[in-house]
Design a protein around this ligand. Structure first.
Ligand SMILES: *Cc1c(COP(=O)(O)O)cnc(C)c1O
Length: 413
């Protein structure tokens, strides 16, 4: 990879060759992929990008850690729409708001960006089997992207994972182990199994290439905004790999001179599980927390990418905001009604956080913000119905229809 210099431990600074099977540093720290920005600058311009027909995350290949000869995985991941959300912006009382809908990815979450990268790197490593543990979306996206590439998967999920995600896993033909315990317990068993059988490891905490896949969400946001940097980007945070990836993408663009400043990140976590935001707010080290939230994808009591995530939030002079399950449910409805975007609970937590900060007067009225919706609402219909309500249910009878309209005060024009 001529664009990559090496991998570097974020804890102790130790340097490693950027081999496809990289895991953690010997000190236990997580690795970061370090690029040769001069090389990228001389091989990629904004005009090159503008002329590209490849409308997937791979349009940024010069900025990604894959070999030129690597066969890319087949599913169409990335280049999700960035909607201008004027009505929602006025409701929140800010100048402009954009919604990046990553729920349109092939397996319906932002995790596809990391899984596509994992499949590309597994191919470079010559692996035939990939494994991971996941709250659900990393699992279903790995299963789908691996199935498309002809690789076998072993997937560990906590037994609480919503049915929609489990259905995806079964459809994609993964071997699924539903662990009766927390995400922490699930991770521990997956680690033991991966160590024992030597599978390619798609655990975001371990594999440094995954946040490089996720960084493409940041690259796209900036290209879609024609390189005009917003004041804030809000995103939900569990393990921390996503927000760290987003930040990496933005910093890469800054390093090659495509953008002239950096936005402030808004890290949204659930009140019932916010170990990273608690560390930001208190200035102390992060400590494990219980996993008490309906937003299952961010119910991560022991975040595995804590170091990279905390660094990203702090470097960006970011804001940490915790939202209640009720605030998440309200945001799900609000996004559906004002934007036609249907997100799962964790998917809308960033928007819930932005809304809360606006209500608290912490975001100036002339601000421009982007909120990333990280997963599709169809993943978890039980919670969507709980927050958005049930339909009018009647027999096929006009009198009953008139009665129902009258009873509910439903306007007919
Ligand atoms: C995984 C996930 C997140 C959080 O990403 P982390 O890397 O765990 O911080 C947010 N939303 C959805 C829908 C996810 O699946």
């Amino acid at each position: 990879m001529r664009n990559v210099l090496h991998a570097k431990c974020v804890t102790c600074g130790k340097i490693y060759d950027a081999a496809p099977g990289l895991t953690n540093c010997t000190c236990g720290g997580i690795l970061d992929i370090i690029y040769d920005y001069d090389y990228i600058k001389s091989h990629l311009s904004k005009a090159d990008l503008a002329g590209r027909q490849e409308h997937t995350m791979w349009r940024y290949r010069e900025m990604l850690p894959v070999e030129d000869c690597t066969e890319l995985p087949p599913l169409r991941v990335g280049w999700s729409p960035l909607y201008q959300a004027g009505r929602l912006a006025s409701q929140l009382g800010i100048r402009q708001l954009y919604i990046k809908d990553d729920g349109i990815n092939p397996t319906a979450s932002l995790k596809d960006r990391a899984s596509a990268m994992a499949v590309a790197k597994a191919r470079e490593a010559g692996a035939k089997v990939i494994a991971c543990s996941s709250t659900g979306n990393a699992a279903s996206s790995l299963a789908g992207n691996a199935a498309a590439a002809g690789l076998k998967t072993y997937i560990f999920v906590p037994s609480r994972a919503p049915k929609g995600k489990v259905a995806q896993l079964m459809a994609f033909g993964a071997t699924v182990i539903s662990v009766q315990g927390s995400y922490e317990d699930t991770f521990a068993l997956s680690k033991a199994a991966i160590d024992r059988w030597g599978w390619y490891n798609r655990n975001a905490a371990i594999n440094p290439y995954l946040s490089e896949g996720k960084k493409t969400v940041g690259l796209e946001i900036m290209e879609q905004l024609q390189w005009v940097v917003p004041d804030y980007i809000a995103i939900s945070v569990g393990d921390g790999c996503t927000i760290a990836g987003l930040w990496k993408g933005l910093k890469d663009l800054y390093a090659i001179g495509f953008i002239d400043r950096l936005p402030r990140l808004i890290s949204a976590q659930a009140e019932g599980c916010c170990p990273l935001n608690r560390a930001i707010k208190t200035g102390e080290d992060w400590r494990p927390m219980a996993e008490n939230t309906l937003a299952d994808s961010i119910a991560v009591g022991v975040p595995r990418n804590a170091d990279k995530a905390l660094l990203a939030i702090r470097e960006s002079n970011g804001l940490a905001v915790n939202v209640s399950d009720q605030e998440i449910m309200d945001a799900q409805k609000l996004l559906g009604r004002t934007c036609g975007v249907f997100g799962e609970p964790a998917g809308v937590a960033g928007t819930a956080g932005l809304k809360k900060l606006c209500e608290q007067g912490k975001i100036p009225a002339n601000a421009t913000a982007v909120s990333v919706v990280t997963g599709n609402g169809l993943k978890d219909v039980a919670n969507a119905i709980a927050s958005c309500g049930e339909p009018v249910s009647i027999p096929s009878d006009m009198d009953q229809l008139l009665k129902a309209f009258a009873e509910r005060g439903i306007p007919l024009e």
